[in-house]
Write a protein that binds this ligand. Structure first.
Ligand code: FAD
Length: 446
């Protein structure tokens, strides 16, 4: 059996790994010069940068299994999500987002101080208490790949859900900034089911690999280097009489028994004109946030010790959803005494900056950091700019429901075609990896 995988991101590489382990003949076409897609790591001047995905949550079982297969399980490292929210007077209130008693209990005083000082009206806090029992009662339902019983929450947006359950103040003071920090999109855009899933992940802890999150995709790409063709965009998936025939690359047909497209939904729609209408309608529900991710390598620390992220709610009129100090992740992310600050521009600000010059981007983001952290130096050691036109799959209302139907009833409607990609589950690197394993397993079964 000959299988073609399109795209060497996390989904495609997970499919490749599964197929190779089963002894299948596989060829992977990647349009870019490198593997990883949105999970990659760059290294420069003693710093380690993750341009795309920043962390794995503790629920990323498929990713961790892959890491163990690759012999890098022992390079996993965890850190605390110590975030801080601004107050009206410009000061920040730190809070540890964790339900792990070992982390939560020692930080309880800080959490109470946060709740007391966040400026959230008493009535809103009372209303917020209405969300907590629901979250606790339905906690088990908010799985990343196993969420079917939470699909009733896929009908409305996270914003509508939070306002209905807790009121506007809770939305603006808590959920909006958390949603923006995790998806680079406002909560009006994503479904409540996805929002609850992310919240559950966030309070369960963050992980990376010591030498960069992209270690996992680097290792997979090294291991299967002989199967991957770089700078080889697939121009078309050829489907005839309800069956896959192969793909077109450089104008020539490459025949295959199975094709696993593991790319974004928008790109898939462009190269697969023969998809059935129900696939097309589901794929059209998939949207992505935009981000201009700017990282400054600094000769000093500008965040208070141990803080990972500053979350900036939209009422602060910040261009960024938040700022993070990535040197907290592991000792290898920045040389001793140095730090690296990520600026997460989002929504219209991201769009504007993605069309601006490097110098404009750099200056605007230094100004932005200084607003919140006045000790930010005027000249960083160097600056990295990553323009993501399609950053995080947003999971808008209805998307999870549409793909649940496809997976349950129509996954084999086109013979030999097995979809993969983060949009098939609750969007995340875990979802991408799981979808790749799922597609490869289905292809092997025939
Ligand atoms: C800034 C940023 C921060 C993020 N933070 C997190 C995070 O902290 N945690 C998390 O879980 N997720 C995060 N994400 C999302 C996460 O990175 C994605 O959900 C995941 O990596 C998607 O994997 P994928 O394989 O489905 O798609 P991709 O990574 O997009 O891979 C698709 C691949 O297909 C290739 N391709 C495209 N078209 C073609 C073609 N025609 N022919 C051949 N190849 C093609 C692309 O070059 C790419 O390599 C973040 C993303 C960004 C951008």
């Amino acid at each position: 059996m000959k299988v073609i995988v399109i795209g060497a991101g996390m989904a495609g590489l997970a499919a490749l790994h599964t197929l190779k382990q089963a002894g299948a003949e596989v060829l992977c076409f990647e349009s870019g010069a490198n593997a990883g897609g949105r999970v990659l790591t760059e290294r420069q001047g003693g710093f380690v940068f993750d341009p795309g995905a920043q962390f794995f949550f503790n629920q990323y079982a498929t990713c961790f299994r892959l890491a163990d297969d690759l012999g890098i399980g022992d390079q996993r490292t965890a850190w605390l999500f110590r975030g801080a929210f601004p107050k009206d007077d410009g000061r920040f209130l730190p809070v540890v987002a964790s339900i792990n008693p070992k982390e939560a209990l020692p930080n309880l005083g800080e959490t109470l101080k946060f709740l007391a000082g966040a400026g959230i009206p008493f009535k809103a806090m009372k209303d917020f208490a209405g969300i907590l029992p629901l979250f606790v009662k339905r906690y088990q339902e908010f799985g990343l790949v196993d969420y079917e019983s939470a699909l009733d929450l896929d009908r409305e947006s996270l914003a509508d859900f939070v306002v209905r359950m807790g009121g506007k103040a809770i939305l603006e003071h808590l959920f909006q900034s958390v949603s923006a920090a995790l998806t680079l999109a406002d909560p009006e855009k994503l479904s409540a089911a996805y929002g609850m899933g992310l919240l559950k992940c966030m309070i369960n802890g963050l992980n990376t690999f010591q030498h960069g999150l992209g270690t996992i995709t680097e290792r997979l790409a090294e291991k299967y280097a002989d199967c991957i063709r770089y700078n080889a965009p697939v121009e078309k998936i050829v489907i005839e009489n309800g069956k896959v025939k192969g793909v077109e690359v450089n104008g020539a047909l490459v025949e295959a028994d199975c094709v696993i497209p593991a790319l974004t939904a928008t790109k898939l729609l462009k190269i697969a004109p023969g998809l059935p209408e129900n696939y097309v309608q589901a794929l059209k529900k998939v949207t992505y946030s935009e981000c201009c991710h700017v990282v400054f390598a600094l000769p000093c620390k500008v965040f208070p010790t141990g803080w990972y992220a500053l979350l900036t709610p939209r009422f602060t009129k910040a261009m960024v959803a938040g700022l993070s100090d990535n040197s907290v992740k592991s000792e290898y992310y920045a040389p001793s005494g140095c730090s690296q600050i990520s600026c997460w521009t989002y929504e219209r600000y991201a769009h504007d900056l993605n069309n601006a010059s490097e110098e404009e981007i750099k200056r605007s983001q230094i100004r932005e950091i200084k607003r919140f952290l006045p000790s930010m130096p005027d000249e960083p050691l160097f600056t990295k700019i990553y323009r993501w036109r399609e950053a995080v799959c947003i999971g808008q209302p209805g998307m999870l429901t549409a793909f649940t139907k496809i997976k349950r009833h129509h996954y084999r409607d086109v013979k030999g075609l097995y979809l993969a990609g983060e949009y098939l589950n609750m969007p995340s690197v875990e979802s991408a990896a799981y979808s790749g394993v799922f597609a490869a397993t289905a292809a092997l079964k025939g």
